[in-house]
Design a protein around this ligand. Structure first.
Ligand SMILES: C[S@@+](CC[C@H](N)C(=O)[O-])C[C@H]1O[C@@H](n2cnc3c(N)ncnc32)[C@H](O)[C@@H]1O
Length: 322
């Protein structure tokens, strides 16, 4: 539960399908060794940050299961989002080319707009917009992430709209995290999205997207990542070698064996870096940096590369500049 107008500080989070573990103060510690199966790392959620289920809950008590008492949006945020670390990363990518800070963010596929909320909460100069086509997470995010910011809430605009719709005001940074943009499964759809993003950005603006790959990203395996109070089961199925379409299911399971129902399901295409680079260039982006998640890459845990590393599971970010 949020106690005040401030957002609760996030302490740890996992990121799928390759787990990265983020410690207190948004500092990224080395990712799971790449030879290790992804999502086997255990992250610890500090219960003081959020109550995932009511404090009256008990696995032994009769009545509704833990899953029925849990808030699925809160659980999702805890399991796969790391807004403070993501904001640090985005500023690092932007600053490395523009030598200045970004002030205005657009969060595409924003869901509950957690990243946007943390962004505007940084101070009066920070503002932004979030876009999502699902009214349910958007409304939840308005109530639980944006409104508690008080006057800061006025600097965040939520749009119930497709990610290809224009912004009210051009952003310095536009982001699509957790591979959300993979919902665009055809090349022409992805190109359309990138073109719109390019046209919509402020001069010198940056689009940042994450991408994952390696042989494990094409497999049908499932992985479990444990958190205090629940575990997340990540399962990719029905991968097609012909068009790289796949179905991803995220299940959240509690210690009494109950699960959030329905699970989160996504139909997407597993995109590769060269495909994305070609489409970003065709959309008009001139400078595109590839940031590779790397154990030894200093404060942010990502290093700029043109080559990468042929690991069984890797995560990278593409920062494309207008
Ligand atoms: C994986 S969730 C991402 C939530 C959050 N931003 C994150 O990083 O975890 C994907 C979101 O994309 C939204 N979505 C799917 N297609 C969309 C589209 N064409 N335009 C905008 N949002 C879309 C879904 O409603 C869902 O909330």
């Amino acid at each position: 539960m949020q106690q005040s107008g401030r957002l609760p500080a996030r302490s740890t989070a996992t990121f799928w399908p390759c787990v990265r573990v983020i410690r207190r103060h948004g500092r990224i510690i080395p990712a799971a060794p790449v030879r290790q199966p992804p999502c086997l790392n255990v992250s610890t959620i500090h219960p003081t940050s959020y109550d995932v289920v009511s404090r009256r809950s008990s696995a032994k008590s009769a009545g509704p299961s833990l899953a029925e008492r849990a808030d699925s949006h809160r659980i999702y945020q805890l399991a796969v989002q790391s807004p403070e670390a993501d904001i640090g990363l985005m500023q690092h990518f932007y600053r490395s080319r523009r030598r200045r800070k970004a002030w205005r963010l657009r969060e595409d596929f924003c869901g509950t707009a957690l990243t946007l909320a943390h962004w505007v909460d940084q101070g009066a100069r920070y503002s932004g917009e979030g876009f999502d086509i699902d009214p349910d997470p958007l409304e939840w995010g308005r109530r639980h992430n944006i409104e508690p910011l008080g006057t800061g809430a006025e600097r965040a605009i939520l749009h119930l709209a497709d990610a290809r719709e224009p912004s009210t005001r051009s952003p310095d940074i536009r982001c699509a995290f957790n591979f959300s943009y993979w919902v665009f499964r055809r090349g022409d759809e992805m190109l359309d999205y990138f073109r719109q993003a390019h046209g919509d950005l402020a001069d010198g603006g940056m689009l940042v997207i994450d991408v994952t790959g390696g042989t494990e990203s094409l497999s049908e395996e499932s992985y479990v990542s444990k958190s205090e109070g629940f575990e997340m089961v990540w399962q990719q199925e029905n991968f097609s070698p012909v068009d790289h379409s796949a179905e991803l299911t995220l299940r959240f399971r509690f210690r009494d064996g109950s699960e959030i129902d329905p699970p989160y399901r996504y139909n997407w295409r597993v995109w590769s870096i060269p495909e994305l680079l070609e489409l970003l260039s065709a959309a008009g982006f001139c400078d595109i940096d590839i940031w590779w998640q790397d154990d030894g890459a200093g404060e942010y845990g990502y290093r700029r590369t043109r080559k990468g590393e042929n690991a069984t599971c890797w995560v990278a970010c593409l920062a494309a500049f207008k």
